[in-house]
Design a protein around this ligand. Structure first.
Ligand code: ADP
Ligand code: TRP
Length: 356
């Protein structure tokens, strides 16, 4: 091994936002303090829902106060599921507005469109040449999508390699994601380690950050909330339509008067807990258990609390939507900053594998 630091991984020490990279120089072990760099991406394949908010966006926004944050709109990823250019453009802009409205602060975070840093495609190729077919064949997301009848293509199959490139291109230490992305993070780590072994130390090996309490936000039908299951509650949208969505949640046939001992297991209460303080939630669950509190009351309460929860964010979103030049300049500025880091890492990777 040359005189290059080897990153075996990065471990967070307490909640300080600092990481310690450990590894080997040719002359011995080193322990390097490094600021944490959190990175995550959201694919513009539809409208964002509260599962995305609690699973990915809220932890990402909270991380802005400790360490560096890199957040991007994964428009290259959307090419595997969206085939209308206008829809892609509209989704991308919508997601930019959503993130900024929900608290992404461009003064604290680097925020950009994935495709504004095309080096990620070059890195995908470098990584792909070391990614075993077996690893990709075991990917749950590929198996799920093809089982649902989506025609498999190279893009869908190689998606975890593009995701690994997204992460490794920025020397990322932490990736906050929902539980469904855990396997992709394991693949990213495997690919980074393989590259480092083949060509010398090149990439930081990142850690996933999955918050257990919000790992799986239930949808309106109690299954995991997901665009693909048609059970989403959007973060933003038309009040009337969203109210109707909540009021249409299918419940069982118990009457208002009947006690409901399983009150905390109902899809509507499981969602309610994310939007209310604990005492309010417990009061409603208590009334359901006692009887005399009906499903209409419950759904009304759920809607009101959910609507209130996003009130400020909604106002911010309306302001941003009236100032799209500002939004575009935030993304362009983010792309410049992201590009500087990406250029460094891709040059390191090119040098180490002997193509530069
Ligand atoms: P969808 O399942 O609706 O297609 P995505 O796969 O685009 O959602 O997810 C974007 C991010 O939001 C990912 O980090 C994912 O883990 C997180 N996420 C999506 N749905 C949920 C959920 N129901 N609970 C927790 N996190 C979620
Ligand atoms: N695959 C992620 C999803 O479907 C989105 C994504 C793309 C991502 N690249 C990423 C998330 C890098 C974290 C890090 O939700």
């Amino acid at each position: 091994m040359g005189n290059v630091p080897s990153f075996d991984g990065a471990e967070e020490i307490g909640k300080t936002g600092w990481f310690f990279a450990t590894g080997w120089f040719s002359n011995g072990l080193f322990i390097l303090p490094m600021a944490s760099r959190t990175l995550t991406g959201i694919t513009p394949s539809g409208t964002l829902h509260v599962g995305n908010y609690f699973g990915a966006m809220r932890p990402a926004i909270a991380a802005q106060d400790s360490g560096e944050c890199y957040y991007f709109i994964a428009d290259y990823h959307s090419l595997t599921s969206v085939f209308d250019p206008e829809v892609r453009r509209a989704n991308t802009l919508g997601i930019a507005l959503d993130w900024l409205a929900c608290g992404l602060d461009p003064a604290k975070s680097v925020f950009w469109r994935q495709s504004d840093v095309p080096e990620v495609c070059e890195l995908t190729w470098l990584l792909g040449t070391l990614t075993p077919m077996g690893l990709l064949e075991r990917a749950h997301s590929f198996k799920d999508k093809t089982a649902k009848g989506i025609a498999p293509n190279f893009g869908l199959f190689s998606y975890p390699v593009l995701m690994a490139a997204d992460i490794l291109l920025y020397d990322t230490t932490v990736v906050p994601v929902g539980k469904d992305q855990k396997q992709h993070l394991e693949m990213t780590r495997d690919i980074a380690i393989k590259f480092n072994q083949a060509y010398g130390e090149t990439f930081v090996v990142p850690e996933p950050s999955i918050s257990e309490d919000v790992a799986v936000i239930p949808g309106l039908d109690g299954q995991k909330m997901s665009k693909s299951y048609g059970n989403t509650l959007e973060i933003f949208g038309d009040e009337k339509k969203l109210r109707k969505k909540v009021m249409s949640i299918v419940m069982d046939s118990r009457t208002r008067e009947e006690p409901k001992p399983d009150a905390d297991q109902l899809p509507a209460t499981q969602l309610l807990q994310f939007f209310t303080p604990t005492d309010v939630y417990e009061d409603i669950v208590g009334q359901l258990k006692a009887g005399g509190y009906g499903y209409g009351d419950l759904k009304k309460a759920l809607f009101e609390h959910y609507w209130e929860f996003y009130r400020e964010a909604r106002a911010r979103r309306t302001e941003l939507a009236a100032n799209l030049d500002h939004v575009e300049s935030v993304l362009k500025d983010g792309a410049l900053k992201a590009h500087t880091v990406a250029r460094d890492v891709i040059d390191r990777a090119r040098r180490n594998c002997g193509i530069a």
